[in-house]
Write a protein that binds this ligand. Structure first.
Ligand code: FAD
Ligand code: UDP
Length: 388
């Protein structure tokens, strides 16, 4: 079989590239994935007993303000009008997130106006100047003041990162907004929603093209399979979305990741927590949050009324055998990454992309957006003409 492009990894990055190369350029593309399903971490499947769609690698909420990405994803799926909201349990009491006027007034048992709340928080936050924060703790206090920081951020963050907030970079919480009104939508993007018939249906439609050959349970480094690294690199262009350190056999050092453990349970109640995601701010609770999947699709009338599926999420440092989820990005990691960038320069026919290939946390819309740019700017100029 003649193949024009090999894509390693069937997550959103890999499938976007494969879809564009097949549909736009008419190329023959082989996509390999070591898992037994397509979709990477966005994969979801119905829980067998209840039929409730469960996101197998943690809850995935789609949101974007990028118009070309929104237009692109709408070719494969319609979206519901789901809007994400998160609550947090602190000391046995439930508060709305992100921190907003509702959270502030409940916490201080007050009825502050926006200006009064702003003045209060400004006073409490004056300990550190935001621009000069040396770590997450200083940044958190400079944004919301010490009392709110200690209640909602400090212990949750320590649980999630297994590291003291004084040793974490300030950027980790720069995306956590504070609002001086009662708006508790989690995301600020123009477009938001969940795929009407689920993530897997969306992903399978991306891969559904006669020129795309998907091979599951296939590891790129397994030399017994046809499209392995040794056989392919140098002969066919490769888009590689696996871990960059693995590609180079860890010769620049091992990049560190956080992984998650999920504990899933079917309960004999129609509604366990009344909302999709409940965070647990206290250090005494070992998990960071509980997801209740029925609430992601309130429009699905077929879901049972007397059963529900919940998933507790626990966070810890990943070993080589675990799924890498979030890059930890220590100073040593950044140094390793530089050496991998230098090694990549010696592999002109291999294009590194996606969250594992670039060692970057990417939301789905970012992974798709960066795959579309790689296709237009690098792959299309290289590959157009190959079918003639
Ligand atoms: P992946 O989806 O990780 O795909 C990479 C694929 O490569 C995998 O299928 C893997 O099996 C395969 N692979 C790796 N090595 C090899 C090999 N050697 N041989 C063959 N195949 C290989 N984004 C949002 O927009 N909203 C959210 O709410 C959201 N929540 C998230 C929650 C969690 C817990 C996590 C971890 C991520 C979340 N994301 C979310 C991010 C989203 O998962 C990513 O944007 C998306 O997965 C990126 O796609 P990707 O193709 O880069 O990587
Ligand atoms: N965070 C926190 N308390 C919360 C929610 C978030 O301290 O209740 C902090 C925490 O440091 C976390 C960061 O904000 O790592 C980003 O949280 P978000 O929920 O947006 O990220 P996710 O874990 O879903 O990727």
């Amino acid at each position: 079989m003649t193949v024009d492009l090999v894509v390693v990894g069937s997550g959103f990055f890999g499938l976007t590239v494969a879809e564009r190369a097949a549909r736009d350029l008419g190329l023959k593309v082989v996509v390999i994935d070591r898992r037994n399903h397509v979709g990477g971490n966005a994969y979801s499947a119905p829980e067998p007993e209840t039929g409730i769609e469960v996101h197998q690698y943690g809850a995935h909420l789609f949101h974007t303000s990028n118009e070309p990405v929104w237009e692109y994803v709408n070719r494969f799926t319609k979206f519901t009008n789901y809007e994400h909201r998160v609550f947090t349990n602190f000391g046995g009491e439930v508060f709305p997130l992100p921190i907003n006027l509702g959270t502030i007034n409940q916490f201080f048992r007050a009825a502050y106006s926006p200006d009064e709340a702003r003045a209060l928080i400004r006073g409490q936050a004056s300990e550190f100047a935001t621009g000069e924060s040396r770590n997450l703790e200083e940044k958190g206090i400079s944004l919301i003041g010490r009392p709110l920081y200690e209640a909602f951020i400090r212990d949750y963050t320590a649980k999630q990162w297994q590291t003291s907030p004084t040793a974490l970079p300030a950027e980790v919480i720069s995306r956590l907004p504070v609002r001086y009104n009662y708006d508790n939508r989690y995301f600020n993007d123009t477009h938001e929603g969940l795929p009407v018939d689920g993530y897997t249906a969306w992903i399978e439609r991306m891969a559904d093209h006669p020129n795309i050959d998907v091979r599951l349970d296939t590891d790129f480094f397994d030399e017994t399979q046809e499209f392995n690294k040794k056989a392919v690199v140098g002969n066919v262009p490769v888009v590689y979305t696996g871990p960059v350190d693995r590609y180079f056999d860890y010769q620049g050092g091992e990049l560190t990741w956080r992984t998650l453990d999920f504990e899933q349970e079917v309960l004999n109640v129609g509604d366990y927590q009344g909302t999709p995601v409940m965070n647990y701010a206290d250090s005494a609770v070992p998990y960071t949050r509980i997801h209740e999947f029925r609430h992601f699709h309130p429009e699905r009338a077929e879901y049972p009324k007397d059963k529900t599926v919940i998933m507790r999420e626990f966070s810890r440092a990943a070993t080589r055998a675990d799924e890498p989820y979030y890059p930890i990005n220590t100073p040593e990691d950044r140094q390793s990454l530089q050496s991998y960038r230098a090694l990549q320069a010696g592999e002109p026919d291999v294009f590194f992309g996606g969250r594992l290939g670039t060692y970057q946390y990417l939301d789905m819309h970012m992974a798709i957006g960066s795959a579309l740019s790689m296709f237009e700017n690098k792959l299309k100029p290289l590959l157009s003409g190959r079918t003639e």
